[in-house]
Design a protein around this ligand. Structure first.
Ligand code: DAH
Length: 339
């Protein structure tokens, strides 16, 4: 009897597993009604009084230790299902959590796709730029306010470098690296030293467009933008071009899309005009062509640039730009179906 109790104690002490099935097998073998420990109790009943006194206590302890060991193993066992039940392969699977695209990417991808369909390729440039690509090549005068510390984040280690303030810098890189015809679209992240509010953020995204070829005209620009507006906002969309100013285009314009002026939301979104400002555009200034090694007597071109967040806010009726940067799952979840 003594030997047997010792052997079981040792087995209980050394046995280990995390598998539910093995724990259960162990329990059945030792403790079930026909298990080895109850069998030992049967043997015990047959012992004489002297021996009963000797082994009664240790036998009870053995049983308790076995039970405690099983409880311990169960607590540390790997859970196969939410209830800790063993695998039931016939159970219906719970649906996995699907991520979704960020609204800024949804809009960016759609813009890029629209231009790809008419032969634009995609180009990218660095987010840390030098003064030449962000400003000088783009015909910004030396004292232009956009170069000011208030607008631009400069790199502390090297003030020659700044975080690009617009994706127009990629225009310059595209022209430096390629011979016309150039038809390219450049999505990317840009940075401005601005106070964060419901309407503006210090980080946002733009999509830049550039077309350089022989005899590209303002009419080409206008028709391309009309095509874009109708693909993106709907086939009956109307646009208008308002004169504007950018150092790198001449003439320059601002493109608006007619949104409507029927209710309070329309009033708020269009500042009471019915028109939504969508992008800046114009004919590439001959100085810019020259700066990038393209002969302005041979080639001409147009460029345009738009803010992705602003368009996303219009499209999804988002009232505060900060929602687009907080990554609050309750906000992002709403775009699940927009994949
Ligand atoms: N770079 C301008 C901005 O950041 C947007 C822009 C305007 C881009 C006119 C262009 C353009 O290419 O032709 O606001």
């Amino acid at each position: 009897m003594e030997e047997k109790i010792k052997a079981f104690l040792k087995e209980i002490e050394t046995f280990t597993t995390e598998k539910q099935q093995e724990i259960e097998d162990f329990r059945i073998r030792l403790l079930s009604r026909k298990g080895q420990i109850p069998a030992l109790f049967e043997e015990f009943k047959k012992l004489g009084g002297e021996e009963k006194r000797k082994y009664g206590k240790s036998l009870n302890e053995l049983k308790q230790k076995a039970q405690a060991k099983i409880d311990d193993l169960r607590a540390g066992a790997s859970k196969d299902g939410e209830t800790g039940e063993r695998f039931d392969l016939s159970r219906p699977a719970s649906a996995g959590f699907m991520g979704s695209r960020h609204p800024v990417n949804l809009v960016k991808n759609e813009i890029v796709d629209i231009f790809k369909r008419i032969g634009f390729n995609v180009s990218e440039g660095p987010e840390i730029e030098d003064d030449w690509h962000n400003f000088t090549a783009l015909n910004f005068p030396e004292e232009h306010p956009a170069r000011d510390m208030q607008d631009t984040f400069f790199v502390a280690r090297n003030p020659e470098w700044a975080l690009r303030t617009h994706t127009s810098s990629v225009q310059v890189r595209a022209m430096e690296a390629n011979k016309p015809p150039i038809r390219t679209i450049s999505p990317g992240r840009v940075f401005r030293n601005e106070a964060i509010s419901a309407r503006s953020h210090c980080i946002f995204h733009q999509v830049e467009g550039l077309y350089i070829d022989k005899s590209v005209s303002f009419a080409d620009l206008k028709q391309t933008l009309l095509y874009f507006a109708r693909e993106f906002f709907g086939k009956d969309t109307r646009i208008r071009l308002r004169p504007s100013y950018f150092p790198f285009t001449e003439p320059s314009a601002e493109m608006d899309v007619y949104w409507g002026l029927e209710n309070e939301v329309d009033y708020r979104m269009t500042k009471g005009t019915g028109w939504l400002e969508v992008m800046g555009c114009g004919m590439v200034d001959p100085n810019v062509l020259e700066n990038c090694g393209i002969d302005p007597n041979e080639y001409s071109g147009y460029a345009f640039g738009m803010g992705v967040e602003r368009i996303a806010m219009q499209r999804y009726q988002i009232s505060d730009i900060r929602y687009l940067f907080e990554n609050d799952i309750r906000f992002l979840e709403q775009f699940h179906t927009a994949l």
